[in-house]
Design a protein around this ligand. Structure first.
Ligand code: SF4
Ligand code: SF4
Length: 264
């Protein structure tokens, strides 16, 4: 199926939100993206949220540490920055803006020209601010928290913030929120340097059509294309699989799929 990863991602993203919303399913998953409980027994916490809480309070809550460490290990060792493409609800909004942009040839406004590294500056500023203000600032005021809680508890604030994100990505700058500003995406990029899951590129199959680079929301990660075969090592890749889906030459695939098929 052509768009199987897109379909799977939408099922995962909406499914997670639905589980949070349905109290009748709280034996499967309850809480929100910052802190949740799986099968009434496994605590999961956002490691970036934990870091802010630690810097704000300078106290070590052992239970919280373990639940954040578990999530940290899952992404750092295996999934990489997959949170952005497979879990975060903001991705639904920014993808929609991206599709409209692409099909309407909208140009970025000249008002802003944020570099992709801006997100790392914001990330470290937030950690510093959490320490100074003695509160986890991103947790309290983040666009992800407002939209997620808004969807779960049916608050109108979610619609308001979602519209702002949509308009920013549509009219101000391409992929502005997720590829330039979001500190959580930057955090997952930083911890994913050595994660297993990667996109693999086969130079011998590539016909240099560049459809992958056109569709990729973080196309700087595809610098390897046309140069060498191998894994895309840039950890800013969100593992969305769009590059795989648009490639008619079978030159890209998840390394996990190649591994399971016994290819190198
Ligand atoms: S970059 Fe931030 S807002 Fe965008 S998908 Fe990732 S965590 Fe969500
Ligand atoms: S390289 Fe592929 S999987 Fe990674 S972000 Fe780009 S389109 Fe998505």
């Amino acid at each position: 199926m052509k768009n199987k990863y897109l379909l799977l991602r939408r099922i995962t993203q909406i499914g997670i939100l639905a589980l949070f919303m349905l109290s009748s399913c709280d034996f499967i998953l309850k809480g929100n993206l910052s802190s949740s409980i799986l099968f009434n027994s496994i605590s999961l916490s956002d490691p970036f949220a934990y870091l802010q809480i630690f810097l704000a309070s300078f106290s070590l809550n052992f239970g919280l540490f373990i639940s954040a460490f578990l999530v940290f290990i899952i992404y750092a060792l295996f999934l990489g920055r997959a949170f952005c493409a497979w879990v975060c609800p903001i991705n639904l909004i920014t993808n929609l803006a991206g599709v409209i942009r692409q099909n309407s040839n909208l140009k970025s406004s000249k008002i802003t020209n944020f570099k992709q590294n801006t997100r790392y500056f914001i990330l470290f500023s937030i950690l510093l601010l959490s320490f100074i203000a003695q509160e986890p600032v991103f947790e309290k005021y983040s666009h992800i928290g407002i939209v997620t809680r808004g969807i779960i508890f049916m608050q109108s604030s979610a619609i308001f913030v979602a519209i702002i994100i949509f308009l920013l990505d549509l009219f101000v700058q391409k992929n502005l929120v997720c590829s330039h500003l979001c500190p959580l995406g930057a955090f997952y990029s930083l911890i994913s340097k050595f994660s297993f899951l990667k996109i693999n590129y086969d130079l011998n199959k590539c016909t240099k059509c560049m459809k992958c680079k056109t569709i990729c929301p973080e196309n700087q990660v595809l610098a390897i294309i046309t140069k060498n075969s191998g894994d895309i090592s840039n950890s800013e890749c969100i593992k969305c699989g769009r590059c795989i889906e648009v490639c008619d030459d079978d030159a890209l695939n998840f390394n996990l799929i190649n591994f399971m098929k016994g290819k190198k």
